[in-house]
Write a protein that binds this ligand. Structure first.
Ligand SMILES: Cc1cc2nc3c(=O)[nH]c(=O)nc-3n(C[C@H](O)[C@H](O)[C@H](O)COP(=O)(O)OP(=O)(O)OC[C@H]3O[C@@H](n4cnc5c(N)ncnc54)[C@H](O)[C@@H]3O)c2cc1C
Ligand SMILES: NC(=O)c1ccc[n+]([C@@H]2O[C@H](COP(=O)([O-])OP(=O)(O)OC[C@H]3O[C@@H](n4cnc5c(N)ncnc54)[C@H](O)[C@@H]3O)[C@@H](O)[C@H]2O)c1
Length: 440
């Protein structure tokens, strides 16, 4: 069995753990599918590149509001897709190549699972290999959840892993779920010419957002999409390319394509974690302490497989924490999930940090609300904005902010947490990079 100093499972955020300071160690990275992980290949980055194109299309369509005559003739989907993935696939390949060429790093292309404490079996196209390590980082991410009625139907469906790479947008797209992915990709495929139906089990889209945001966003997009809210899917029938979804009130949705976006499940069930003594929560997330240590000696975890906040900027921060803690066992640092800002890259954008109003109420907190419209400030006039707003929740008396929520243009750049936590992939990352460029 080959032994390494360190093995990292998953070349998404896990890849970022191995910086230059590991050059004196014998490190292995195991990746079963794609270097760069979800964010680069099927997540944050392609969805935002497509969302930006959708925004350009909307700007053209709505140019009349600014007394500009313009006509949207077409969104050339195939060219858009090839532009986006031509760039990202090149990034993925050069990221992989860079690792393969690195002397101190061994790349295993295959699927890892534990066969004992700190030992793994890796099965890939080129055969099976067993390895052990002094330390292991589990960064195997998550995957789209597929509800029973979809899985049992045996009919084709898409997930965020596949839909952004399709050859041609369908005429009618049904989206199951009304969360982050549904909201962002409805805008993308709406711009590409699809007529979109969203089936969401709750009464509002983006339910976990502050209630004012969720309510106003849902109202705003009601005219864009066919919304089936408070509805459960009971079955999928029809045939490939002509699906019929049955809902729990007896109604149906006819669609040429189904996108399933009902949340993601951690990949912990595919790693035989019991063999290594790595415990999980009931929802499948790997248990970690404040320092990202699992219940097994020498094994760390980071990102979607363990995080209570499955976002890329959180996974990136956890990767930094793990990188530090691997090298400084006597001076451990912690990842802080208390105040994580997040954005939904819809049109209009949504951003939030801290408590929502419903959380304040449920926790019995004393709070006051401040609300201001984009249309109440001069730049909002310039934008002819009638829907954007910022809502803040604060402790009466002290004025201590409890939460802040925005819906409107560039909202993703307008939220700041107490200690800088940069929303990915918002433009504020340019400022972060400039600050990093100053050096330590
Ligand atoms: C459509 C979409 C849009 C998103 N947009 C945003 C956004 O705008 N902002 C944001 O903050 N977050 C966003 N996210 C969430 C973000 O992508 C994830 O939180 C982040 O990528 C998680 O990183 P990770 O390293 O934990 O997992 P991943 O990036 O998924 O990496 C895990 C890697 O492990 C590999 N792997 C899994 N099992 C094994 C195994 N057994 N052996 C070997 N390799 C294995 C996988 O192939 C994968 O490459 C989005 C997600 C999706 C799906
Ligand atoms: N901009 C961003 O930061 C961004 C963008 C996309 C994805 N993400 C990450 O990816 C994760 C997954 O995104 P997602 O949209 O799949 O999940 P989500 O948790 O955001 O939303 C899932 C939605 O599906 C609904 N749902 C669940 N089961 C259902 C069913 N059977 N029928 C109808 N509706 C059902 C839920 O009520 C919820 O509204 C997010 O939680 C987020 O962490 C982030």
């Amino acid at each position: 069995m080959r032994h390494h100093d360190l093995v990292v499972i998953g070349a998404g955020s896990g890849n970022a753990v191995v910086d230059d300071s590991f050059a004196d160690l014998d490190v292995a990275i195991v990746e079963e599918r794609w270097f760069g992980g979800t964010c680069l290949n099927a997540g944050c980055i392609p969805s935002k590149m497509l969302a930006y194109t959708a925004q350009v299309a909307r700007t053209v369509r709505e140019a009349g509001a600014y007394d500009v005559d313009a006509e949207l003739r077409a969104v050339r989907w195939r060219q858009v897709r090839d532009r986006v993935f031509g760039r990202l696939d090149t990034e993925r390949d050069s990221g992989r190549q860079g690792r393969v060429q690195q002397d101190s790093v061994t790349v295993y292309e295959g699927k890892a699972r534990f066969i004992g404490p700190r030992s793994l079996r890796i099965e890939g196209e080129h055969g099976t290999v067993d390895v052990s390590a002094d330390q292991i980082v589990v960064a195997a991410g998550s995957r789209p959840s597929i509800p029973g009625p979809v899985a049992e139907a045996g009919l084709p469906y898409e997930t965020s892993d596949t839909i952004m790479r399709i050859d041609a947008p369908p005429r009618r797209l049904a989206i199951l779920g009304g969360g982050y992915i549904a909201a962002e990709l409805a805008e993308v495929f709406g711009a590409a010419g699809c007529s979109v139906t969203i089936v969401e089990q709750e009464e509002r889209l983006l339910g976990p957002q502050d209630e004012t945001v969720a309510e106003r966003f849902t109202e705003l997009v009601r005219s864009r999409y066919d919304l089936r809210l408070g509805r459960e899917l009971t079955g999928v029938g029809g045939r490939p390319g002509a699906l019929r979804l049955s809902l729990d009130d007896g109604s149906t949705v006819d669609a040429d394509m189904l996108l399933v976006a009902v949340g993601r499940a951690p990949n912990s069930d595919r790693l035989n974690l019991e063999a290594a003594g790595i415990a999980t929560h009931d929802d499948g997330r790997v248990r970690v302490d404040r320092h990202q240590r699992t219940t097994a000696e020498g094994v760390f975890a980071l990102g979607d497989i363990c995080s209570p906040v499955p976002l890329k900027h959180v996974a990136n921060r956890e990767a930094k924490v793990v990188a530090h803690n691997l090298r400084h066992p006597d001076d451990l640092v912690a990842a802080d999930h208390d105040l994580v800002p997040a954005a939904v890259f819809t049109n209009p954008q949504i951003a939030s940090v801290g408590a929502t109003e419903q959380e304040c109420r449920d926790r019995g907190l004393d709070y006051v609300v401040g609300l201001a419209g984009y249309g109440d400030v001069a730049y909002g006039w310039a934008m002819e904005d009638t829907t954007g707003f910022c809502k803040v929740l604060a402790e009466p008396g002290s004025g201590r902010l409890l939460g802040a929520h925005l819906m409107g243009a560039e909202a993703s750049t307008l939220t700041l947490a107490e200690s800088p936590y940069w929303i990915h992939p918002a433009l504020t990352e340019v400022v972060e990079n400039a600050l990093l460029d100053l050096g330590p």
